[in-house]
Design a protein around this ligand. Structure first.
Ligand SMILES: [Zn+2]
Length: 392
């Protein structure tokens, strides 16, 4: 009885004050203070994936910018404002919502204002550059946005804009050197947390992997190819995720048997064919990523697969220390960083190690239908909303 009342209260609160709570950003974000913009100054949600970061200058003081974004009549906002003195960061709009800051670019960009007010002798400071670069670096990491000038642009560079900010005192060269330094420092971690997969379904990497690169996306591609019988499992486990000649040969063989021009490179058509082949060859491992300290049928499924391989002796449905240890041991044995977390690469490695020996044979319609029912029904190539985690 009591929880019904609590639920009702929470629901009422959510209706009355939708903008007061904001999901915590990932732990690699710099400290941020949240000051909600007026509801009329932004649109809830996104219609496109986030692919650009837009740099602005306020042309006024920090406090006047805050007042302006909180004024319901201004009809403008930005996601963030970085203070000149000390570089403090204020957030006004959730990244998953559309701030009104750059007209045509609003749907696909995150806007960052920088306090700058020459009339009151407020100039850009080193603290501001550094703090903003950390924020941009974190955003780029979160959405897999390349840390370059094609993706981090000035308001004055937005198509059709009549704005001229940031002006000539904004030091792009210095700023981008800070952004790049931060991105390179974290390259290892970045690769792991921004693993791009087709439509975020988590079983085929997004198109565009380059030969000779080493990444989790390449490792995922290799496990996919091993799962479908085009690569040797032990070679993949020992390969360290490098896109070398063996991967190229396997990819060519896969292309040949799927009616794609056999180039050995991983483009859009091959990525789509790979996703479709995987859908047509179902596996018993959970399709969703799983977090530690959660309890679900998917965790039971994961444990059952680990039990089959001798890594665990109990199926509890709870992702606790026992499961973390078992996943870590499995990862270690398969050349995957032993984090204990269940994500795309681990999923396909587990699917490969537990697969039925008949994978690759014709699969019956009933089995295909059963798998299709398990896969989120998003058509290949469509734009997915990437920031669902931030929605209240
Ligand atoms: Zn601007």
């Amino acid at each position: 009885m009591r929880w019904v009342v609590v639920v009702a209260m929470v629901f009422t609160f959510a209706l009355a004050a939708p903008a007061t709570a904001l999901a915590a950003p990932p732990e690699y974000y710099p400290p941020i203070e949240y000051v909600p913009a007026a509801g009329s100054n932004y649109a809830v949600g996104r219609t496109m994936a986030i692919t650009q970061i837009i740099i602005h200058e306020t042309g006024g003081t920090w406090i006047s910018a805050i007042n302006w974004f909180q004024n319901p009549r201004s009809r403008v906002s930005a996601h963030y404002l970085v203070k000149a003195w000390g570089g403090g960061i204020v957030q006004f709009v959730a990244e998953g919502d559309t701030a009104f800051q750059a007209r045509v670019a609003n749907p696909y960009s995150i806007g960052i204002e920088h306090e700058f007010d020459p009339r009151h002798a407020v100039w850009h400071t080193d603290a501001q550059y550094r703090s903003s670069a950390l924020l941009v670096c974190a955003i780029a990491r979160r959405y897999g946005i390349p840390a370059d000038r094609a993706h981090i642009i000035g308001h004055n560079e937005v198509p059709g804009t009549d704005h001229s900010d940031p002006g000539p005192t904004w030091n792009w060269t210095y700023y981008m050197s800070l952004v790049r330094a931060c991105s390179t420092d974290r390259a290892q971690g970045v690769a792991r947390s921004t693993l791009r997969t087709i439509d975020n379904q988590g079983f085929a990497p997004a198109a565009g992997l380059e030969p000779e690169t080493v990444s989790d996306e390449v490792a995922l591609l290799q496990w996919d190819l091993a799962y479908l019988g085009f690569m040797n499992v032990d070679e993949v486990a020992a390969g360290g995720g490098r896109f070398g000649p063996i991967t190229e040969a396997a990819l060519t063989a896969f292309q040949e048997s799927n009616g794609v021009p056999p180039t050995g490179s991983y483009g859009d058509r091959t990525a789509a064919a790979l996703a479709q082949s995987l859908v047509a060859n179902p596996s018993d491992v959970p399709i969703k990523d799983l977090d530690a300290e959660t309890e679900s049928d998917d965790v039971s499924k994961l444990q059952t697969a680990l039990q089959k391989l001798g890594y665990i002796d109990l199926v509890t449905g709870y992702y606790g220390p026992m499961t973390l240890d078992a996943v870590s041991a499995f990862q270690q044995d398969n050349g995957i960083e032993a984090t204990g977390a269940y994500g795309p690469v681990t999923r396909m490695a587990l699917a490969t190690r537990t697969r039925a020996p008949t994978v690759g044979d014709a699969v019956g319609d009933a089995a295909q239908d059963a798998l299709i029912a398990l896969v989120p029904s998003v058509p290949v190539g469509s734009v997915m909303f990437v920031d669902a985690a931030l929605l209240p």
